[in-house]
Each structure stands twice: as structure tokens, then as C-alpha cells.
Design a protein around this ligand. Structure first.
Ligand code: SF4
Length: 245
């Protein structure tokens, strides 16, 4: 397992460092190519989307995974063998999540990078924007530094803020092409895929945790309740700053 520190130098101009919002990597697609890919892949299967990203970017793309489930990893390894997978260890995860990460890593022999928070993180209480910045955003910035694209497991049904998330787009906030192969999938699609393919489930899922983040800010939800109601419950916080689209 690779352990990347969060203290990698970052270039000015975007929240994650690197080029400014309107810049694109030299080797990246221009606006026309990206628009064409976005239109073609909107109705493509997740493996077709991942295969496009892998063929287009190879070592310049990484998959950021929250390890709430293993679906996006199972799909990715089919068409992008050896792709780097990034897990943001915030230092505040459930023990069950950390065990699940290890189980999934072993199952697939993942090329896994685990980030850790910077030394300043402990000064900020759980639930603050700064806490997420230091435990998630800055570490991901380091892990994606120098890349052209990133893959995520984001789904449109995850939250109203994600309802319009494109399958492929230029992520101005990060200065990278962003690929969401599961954007059009529902929670039922995920559950069916897990069942059909015998995937390991996160151990907390059957205890009512339908959306799993850091332990201090995640609670189980009742049947019929919005799965993300268990995240940052009691506050107006709904995102950790990784996904602007
Ligand atoms: S989800 Fe909560 S504990 Fe985790 S980094 Fe964000 S604010 Fe901190």
C-alpha cells in the first residue's frame, strides 16, 4: 500500500493546486473532444466510460473511492487493470471501513494509495469546513497532483447537489477531467450489481448505514429515510468539498 503524505507542494490557481480553472492539461482533451466524449458516454455503460478514460489517460488518471461499496472498483479493474485507487484516510473513519478497505484491496490486488491528514488537522473540530479541507480535500489534491483526470464513484441520486453531475466533464474546481462512470446509476443498481457479482458489502451497511463517511458525522438511517440524512445530521453541511459537480 502506498502512503502519500498530504504535504506535497501544490501550484496556485485552483483549490487543489495546479492550473487555474480555465486551464487544461497540455496532454488533455480540448473542449471539442471533451464535449464529444461527454455526449457519447452519457448513455454508455460504466465499463465503457472507464475504458474510455483508461485509454485516453492511462497513468494520468486515478480512481478516488470512498469504499462505501466495491462496485466502481469491481468495474474499473475489468477494463483498467492496474489503475491507481485513492482512499482518503481521514483518521476519523469507522474501524469497519478500514477493515473493508483492506479486504477489498486484497480481493482485487489493488494499486492503492492511502492519504493521511496533515499535522494541522487535529486543531479543527469534526464537522467544520477546515476539518474536511485538511483531512480530505488537501490530501486528494496531493494524490491527484500532476494528473489529467480523475474517476469517482459519484451518483446523481446521492444528493440534490449531484443531480446534474455529468458522466464526463472538465472539473474547473480541480483543473482536471472528471469522469463519473456511475453517475446515472441508482442505489438499486448498486445493490443488484453487488448481489449479481457476489461483491463484499461494507459491514455497516446491514446495520443501517446507507451512506458512510467519517464516524463522528455519520449515523444510521431509518428505512425510507434519505440515505444521506445520516451524514452531518443536524447541520446544514451536505458536501465535504471534493465534488463541485
Ligand atoms: S467528514 Fe467530518 S470528520 Fe470527516 S473530515 Fe469532514 S468534518 Fe472532518
Amino acid at each position: 500500500m502506498t502512503d502519500r503524505s498530504t504535504t506535497q507542494p501544490t501550484a496556485p490557481g485552483r483549490p487543489g493546486g495546479g492550473p487555474g480553472p480555465d486551464a487544461r492539461p497540455d496532454s488533455g482533451p480540448d473542449a471539442a473532444e471533451l464535449a464529444d466524449a461527454a455526449a457519447r458516454l452519457e448513455t454508455a455503460s460504466p465499463t465503457e466510460v472507464i475504458a474510455w478514460a483508461w485509454q485516453r489517460f492511462r497513468g494520468d488518471v486515478a480512481l478516488a473511492c470512498s469504499f462505501q461499496d466495491a462496485v466502481v472498483i469491481d468495474l474499473a479493474v475489468q477494463v483498467a487493470p492496474g489503475i491507481e485507487v485513492v482512499f482518503l484516510d481521514t483518521g476519523a473513519h469507522f474501524d469497519e471501513t478500514l477493515a473493508y478497505v483492506e479486504a477489498v484491496r486484497d480481493r482485487y490486488g489493488l494499486q492503492l494509495t492511502v492519504t493521511t491528514p496533515g499535522p494541522d488537522a487535529d486543531a479543527w473540530p469534526c464537522g467544520t469546513e477546515r476539518c474536511c479541507e485538511l483531512r480530505k480535500v488537501a490530501p486528494l489534491r496531493g494524490a491527484l497532483a500532476g494528473r489529467s483526470a480523475w474517476l469517482t464513484g459519484l451518483k446523481r441520486v446521492d444528493a440534490p447537489t449531484r443531480a446534474l453531475a455529468p458522466v464526463v466533464s472538465f472539473d474547473a474546481a480541480w483543473g482536471l477531467v472528471k469522469v463519473n462512470p456511475l453517475a446515472t446509476w441508482t442505489d438499486d443498481d448498486i445493490a443488484c450489481y453487488e448481489l449479481d457479482h457476489g461483491l463484499p458489502r461494507h459491514p455497516l451497511f446491514d446495520r443501517g448505514y446507507r451512506s458512510i463517511g467519517c464516524a463522528p458525522t455519520t449515523r444510521p438511517t431509518a428505512p425510507g429515510e434519505d440515505p444521506r440524512a445520516g451524514r452531518w445530521a443536524g447541520s446544514d453541511k451536505t458536501e465535504c468539498g471534493l465534488h463541485a459537480s
